[in-house]
Design a protein around this ligand. Structure first.
Ligand code: FES
Ligand code: FES
Length: 154
């Protein structure tokens, strides 16, 4: 067991963890932040994407111990974020989701793309989103939503 301290969604916590615990399990089971979804648990699908020190990472293959002293932001931590509000509206308008399972990870990735200005063309968006798998939408709605959000946030 180890003691770690970290910031989660702008609040400081100190907690005891098993050394082998993943960040995804810490977020879901200890902090009850179940918007971080788990699917492949192999680092392939992107469903578990969260920000660590403002960088998107896969929480299913990140040890909780490795983020001690860092800042973690999950999908629940964007309530006051203007960019995320616009991106959510665009996903709704452009039918960028169906079951919603991939959506938290997708939204966090799209927000990061927009901040890094990687949303200029459809091929660029598809390339940037290649690490986030969606089994429902066929991606067209997601690409349209991303383009719409990029235009509105310029
Ligand atoms: S659940 Fe983490 S990448 Fe699939
Ligand atoms: S909306 Fe169902 S997996 Fe993407």
């Amino acid at each position: 067991m180890s003691s770690i301290s970290l910031q989660v969604n702008h609040q400081y916590f100190q907690t005891e963890i098993d050394d082998r615990m993943t960040l995804a399990d810490l977020l879901r089971n200890t902090f009850h932040l179940t918007g971080t979804h788990l699917a492949c648990e192999l680092g392939v699908c992107g469903s578990c994407t969260v920000l660590v020190n403002d960088e998107p990472i896969r929480s299913c293959i990140t040890l909780a111990a490795s983020v001690s002293g860092m800042s973690v932001q999950t999908i629940e931590g964007f309530e006051d974020d203007h960019k995320m509000k616009v991106i959510r509206e665009c996903f709704s308008e452009a039918h960028g989701l169906q079951c919603g399972f991939c959506t938290p990870g997708m939204l966090i990735t799209v927000r990061d793309m927009i901040i890094r200005e990687k949303c200029n063309s459809e091929s660029q968006i598809r390339n940037e989103l290649s690490g986030n798998l969606c089994r429902c939408t066929g991606y067209s709605g997601i690409v349209k939503a991303t383009q719409l959000a990029n235009d509105r946030l310029k």
